[in-house]
Unconditional design. Structure first.
Length: 297
């Protein structure tokens, strides 16, 4: 395309052209598909089962789908439109919304036909995903000569926005009370405080013992072994330096303390209480090393 205006002009020529003509549903409306749909959505409406069952209205599009092998009756216009957008750099696609109108219920045994038209192609729009064009198709669904429903489906074909460089991981707060712990991490040693009066280990590092109140302490190096005492899976809120979902666990050490850390070595949804782990020191950049907990083999 010489200019954006040239591209938009060519895209607009597809409006009103058929994307599918007299296509047929691969299966008649049937009770097994209705049952699977209702079970998946937890819909127990009695209207969708039994002798006089009707299909849930929101299944309208399901009866037009071609499955993995595609469908017959599709025209070249829609593929040509998508090819034109691909050539213009709009190589990604996302469905954005749909609108449905129901004129009469579908019942088991109904055999559908449908026609699809390219209704509108928008001017170039800028979204968070990138810049591109919204393409809306309208599908008219019939049983015999009767129009039973209309389905509008809208996609965005877009050129992905360039991803900003991932921000650095936040720095831990290091002060005079816990500086020894972070110095140990830098040297790949997991150091715990130990009260010299009562020998109670503690973590996080504190200026005094919470068992006896003693102010004097030394350090002991932990074995690095532990088990998951509790955990959460973080989904929200999103934070630019992290890639949710991820597991954050409270790890119980045999030395008698617990500490927080990320769990590595298994997917986030496989983390379980009691899972054995071992400390691993991971460098995030030249200045930051953090302990993480890798699941033991």
């Amino acid at each position: 395309m010489r200019t954006e205006a040239d591209l938009t002009e060519r895209l607009k020529t597809f409006e009103g052209r058929p994307a599918a003509t007299r296509a047929t549903g691969k299966d008649p409306v049937n009770l097994p598909m209705i049952r699977h749909w209702c079970e998946a959505l937890g819909d127990t409406n009695p209207a969708y089962s039994g002798r006089d069952a009707i299909a849930p209205p929101t299944m309208l599009q399901a009866w037009t789908m071609g499955g993995l092998l595609g469908r017959t009756g599709r025209s070249a216009a829609y593929d040509d439109l998508l090819g034109l957008l691909d050539a213009a750099g709009c190589t990604s696609v996302v469905a954005t919304d749909c609108e449905q109108e129901y004129l009469r219920p579908l019942r088991p045994g109904d055999e559908i036909t449908f026609d699809t038209v390219i209704e509108t192609v928008s001017d170039r729009k800028t979204t968070k995903l990138g810049t591109g064009h919204f393409v809306t198709t309208r599908t008219d669904i019939r049983v015999g000569p009767d129009l039973v429903g209309t389905h509008r489906f809208r996609i965005l074909k877009y050129a992905p926005a360039r991803q900003a460089e991932k921000p650095p991981r936040p720095r831990p707060v290091v002060n005079r009370d816990n500086a020894g712990f972070w110095e140990g991490v830098r040297r790949h040693r997991l150091l715990l405080q130990r009260c010299t009066a009562c020998a109670t280990p503690r973590h996080p590092w504190l200026p005094g013992c919470n068992a006896c109140g003693g102010l004097d302490w030394d350090t002991v190096e932990a074995s690095g072994e532990g088990t998951v005492y509790s955990y959460v899976v973080m989904h929200h809120p999103p934070f630019p330096a992290f890639a949710p979902p991820y597991a954050v666990a409270l790890i119980e050490l045999p030395e008698g303390v617990r500490m927080l850390g990320n769990v590595a070595g298994v997917p986030y949804d496989k983390v379980r209480i009691g899972l054995p782990v071992r400390v691993e020191f991971r460098a995030h950049d030249a200045e930051l090393t953090l302990p993480v907990w890798r699941v033991a083999a």
